[in-house]
Design a protein around this ligand. Sequence first.
Ligand SMILES: [Zn+2]
Length: 236
Amino acid sequence: MNNSELEKLIRSYYPEAKDGKEITRECMDKLLSENGFVPEKTILGTSVCSDEIVRTATNFRDYLSSETPFSLGGLAGFPFTGVTGFHAFAGHIPDDGFAVIQYGPHIGISASGHIGSVMRIGQHLETTCCGALKASVGAIRDGSAGSRDNDLDYQQWKLEEQLSERKDDIMNHEEPLKLATDLMFEKINHRIKKLLEKSASAFKGNKVALVGGIIINTDHGHPDWFDLREFSVESF
Ligand SMILES: [Zn+2]
């Protein structure tokens, strides 16, 4: 599949998606020109999957003072650090400063046209992406969802528990991983807002930007995409 065929395939699933760096620039333009964000006084937090390939899909850190983000997430991008993580993050915001939280699940679309796979650096076979969501869909299909060790494999257990609520929809969907990824975005978005609400007192006097969406990973060496689904600024 050449680049334009791949682009067409990505757009067939995510019509509004754009290059992750283009989305970053557009969001930062709005935050700086319309919302008074000051790069030197802005910290970055992310709630994205543990997978190493999600870190470079967008590049907010290039615009901000923090060279590395505060990591609020875990498998599939769910904000597993919870209230304690959000409180800690709030406490790291520069004086009279700002925070950007970029979050959401990810899905691979390989140049061979596979949904849920990518070719990674140093490998000659495609691997799953997002592996955690693909495993969740597999567990829902074979009826094993919910049977994982919820101590040794807590994050995966929690993902499967949440997605099992929509078991029938996932089983009947023509592209179950796409649906599971969309559903997980909704779960993450809802949870991020709930955690912010719960830890509002810790964010006192600051503006927080929420940048949520689905990261679309492509094969190594190709740009990643971002389907922006939430862009809002909250004042505390
Ligand atoms: Zn993942």
